[in-house]
Design a protein around this ligand. Structure first.
Ligand SMILES: [Fe+2]
Length: 272
């Protein structure tokens, strides 16, 4: 009897492992195909950065504060294009709800590859990478394609959408930076939404202005932050990008990263 149970368990385990390996192989193929097409899409979607802010001043501020904000970052017409892309993709976003921690909608990196080439072009542009490298004081690179949080659109559109206090944990070998570009931020009356990016400092909690076209750069593993809840009629859309000084990762941290991503994309983040 016991022998049959052991044989059955071994069989189930083998079949599951083979199915997982096949799925992972197929996923790797899809990601490589998207990455191959990416350079064409990026070339066809030139970006327009308007900011002339002094990068060395920003770098000093970043070294002191761990966070900087750059107003009027993109040319208005380019911001408009990205905002329209994001709004068009709202039906493709994955809703998530973790009681007391998070409620909102996310467009994944994979869907951005397929349906939001302006956003994709900005993230992979040498110009933006140079900006982030200058501000952080080190060469940085986009995080890996399999990391669905490398580039995502975060949408807070229903009353109570938010993400509670957290750090953006760094699973990589090098320092890891979060870059948020505000694509839309308005209430029903046309004022800014009630949802604020807030950071916790020794002096207390402070709001970081995320009016449309503000770019915020911070080291999420060191800055405790949150997005406070939206009110009815609010719409706040952020393009979230991550860059890293060294994108190597151990298998243990890769697993931990996938567990973290279930908060945004559900359990499929564990094996996708
Ligand atoms: Fe965060």
């Amino acid at each position: 009897m016991w022998l049959w149970i052991v044989v059955l368990l071994a069989l189930i385990t083998s079949v599951s492992l083979m199915a997982l390996a096949r799925h992972r192989f197929r996923r790797s193929q899809i990601l490589s195909e998207l990455a191959e097409q990416r350079s064409d899409w990026v070339v066809k979607h030139p970006i327009q950065i308007a900011s002339t802010a002094d990068r060395s001043q920003l770098a000093n501020l970043f070294a002191r504060e761990g966070l900087v904000r750059i107003d009027h970052f993109l040319a208005p017409e380019f911001l408009q294009l990205l905002c329209e892309e994001a709004k068009t993709n709202i039906p493709r976003m994955v809703p998530s709800y973790i009681p007391t921690h998070k409620k909102g909608n996310t467009l994944s990196y994979e869907n951005i590859h397929r349906h939001a080439h302006g956003c994709l072009g900005l993230y992979h542009s040498p110009e933006l990478r140079e900006w982030i490298s200058a501000v952080t004081g080190m060469p940085v690179f986009p995080t890996p394609d399999r990391d669905q949080s490398s580039l995502s659109v975060l949408c807070y559109k229903d009353a109570g959408d938010h993400i509670n206090w957290h750090y953006d944990h760094n699973f990589y070998t090098g320092r890891h930076f979060t870059v948020l570009l505000s694509l839309a931020n308005k209430s029903r009356s046309g004022e800014l939404s009630q949802s604020q990016l807030q950071r916790r400092t020794a002096a207390g909690d402070e709001a970081v202005d995320t009016s449309p076209n503000v770019l915020v750069v911070f080291e999420g593993a060191k800055v405790l932050h949150r997005a406070s809840p939206t009110a009815d009629g609010d719409l706040r859309i952020m393009l979230s990008m991550t860059y890293c000084a060294d994108t190597r990762i151990s298998w243990r941290k890769e697993l931990a990263r996938r567990v973290k991503d279930t908060a945004f994309y559900g359990f499929r983040a564990l094996w996708d």
